[in-house]
Design a protein around this ligand. Structure first.
Ligand SMILES: *[C@@H]1O[C@H](CO)[C@@H](O)[C@H](O)[C@H]1NC(C)=O
Ligand SMILES: *[C@@H]1O[C@H](CO)[C@@H](O)[C@H](O)[C@H]1NC(C)=O
Ligand SMILES: *[C@@H]1O[C@H](CO)[C@@H](O)[C@H](O)[C@H]1NC(C)=O
Length: 303
């Protein structure tokens, strides 16, 4: 009996570890979550070519997500004029080919720095993401991103609100691919960046001081503020995990108790001794009249 309890408990330990490590949300993990919410934002039969805004949970306040479902042939032949800040020209193709695709738009707002830290630079516009997914099944989760490629003209991203640019520092477009590698490009027309593929885009200016320490981005590096946010998110997830686990422990204990009871009954009936039911604690337990072994309080073994 004690053994069974232990089995129940040790089964739970890995569960705890998993629940805790899930709090270190990576940029790629965020993409997966946002894809799921974006797909949920579609109504039963989404119109193709219409942008649907997604509802995000409170713990992601500050991020905006929207999605549009398209026939890939239509994207290639016609492009998409008004896809939020993006202007998608003709000639954009996806790989591997899908008949219908979903373009997921992300505006990371005040979360940009947290998920895409860039040493020595300050974001003067929010990170905007453009990701493409297989649009055949709108209930899918954990989808792999499709590669999209602008084969004729570049995709244009028009950043409307640039934060004040520090004098003497020229802003640059920055592009992150899905592996977290980044590159810089020139800003054109004052606030436009050009794009050729899926990923995350923004405009940065060199941070006034201290001077840029290293240009090589550490994708998973998080600043202190980010850590605090993660700790809070982690506690929430951990708390829920704890409740679920406690419930599981209770279920385990109940199962152990029932099994013990059944074994006792079976044992008793095997010996064909008429049983007298007696009250033990809160539960009725069978008791042989001429007692060979006294029935134990069941909880003695378990606690
Ligand atoms: C972003 O701002 C919202 C309020 O507008 C806040 O709830 C959220 O925690 C902020 N996120 C970060 C990462 O600072
Ligand atoms: C897209 O999804 C559909 C339905 O789930 C599947 O049959 C098809 O193979 C997928 N295409 C790709 C390229 O993954
Ligand atoms: C946000 O809250 C939802 C429940 O509303 C939870 O399922 C999810 O794990 C949380 N997300 C993060 C990133 O903490």
């Amino acid at each position: 009996m004690l053994l069974e309890t232990w089995v129940c408990l040790t089964f739970l330990i890995p569960y705890f570890l998993v629940a805790q490590s899930a709090t270190e949300l990576s940029a790629q993990g965020l993409n997966a979550i946002l894809q799921e919410y974006a797909y949920r934002g579609f109504m039963k039969n989404p119109k193709t070519g219409v942008l649907y805004d997604a509802n995000l949970p409170k713990n992601l306040t500050g991020i905006n997500v929207a999605a549009m479902r398209l026939r890939s042939g239509s994207m290639r032949r016609r492009g998409v004029r008004n896809y939020k800040e993006f202007l998608i020209p003709v000639g954009v193709v996806e790989k591997p080919y899908v008949e219908r695709l979903v373009l997921v738009y992300q505006n990371l707002g005040n979360w940009s720095e947290l998920f895409y830290p860039l040493h020595g630079y300050t974001y003067i516009a929010p990170i905007l993401g453009l990701l493409a997914y297989n649009g055949s099944d709108l209930s899918s989760t954990n989808l792999q991103e499709l590669n999209i490629l602008a084969t004729k003209e570049s995709i244009r991203i028009h950043f409307p609100l640039l934060e004040i640019i520090v004098k003497g520092h020229f802003p640059k477009c920055v592009f992150f691919d899905l592996q977290g590698l980044f590159e810089f490009n020139n800003v054109i027309d004052g606030n436009v960046c050009l794009a050729t593929k899926q990923g995350h885009y923004s405009i940065v200016a060199p941070a006034p001081s201290p001077p840029p320490a290293n240009d090589i981005g550490d994708y998973n590096d998080r600043d202190e503020h980010g850590n605090k946010v993660l700790v809070v998110l982690g506690s929430v997830i951990g708390g829920v995990g704890l409740l679920v686990s406690l419930r599981l422990v209770v279920l385990c204990l109940e199962r152990c108790r029932k099994r013990k009871k059944r074994e006792k009954m079976e044992e008793a009936s095997d010996r064909s001794v008429p049983l007298v039911m007696t009250q033990v604690g809160n539960t009725k337990a069978p008791m042989a009249s001429q007692t060979r072994t006294r029935p134990m309080l069941e909880d003695e073994n378990l606690v």
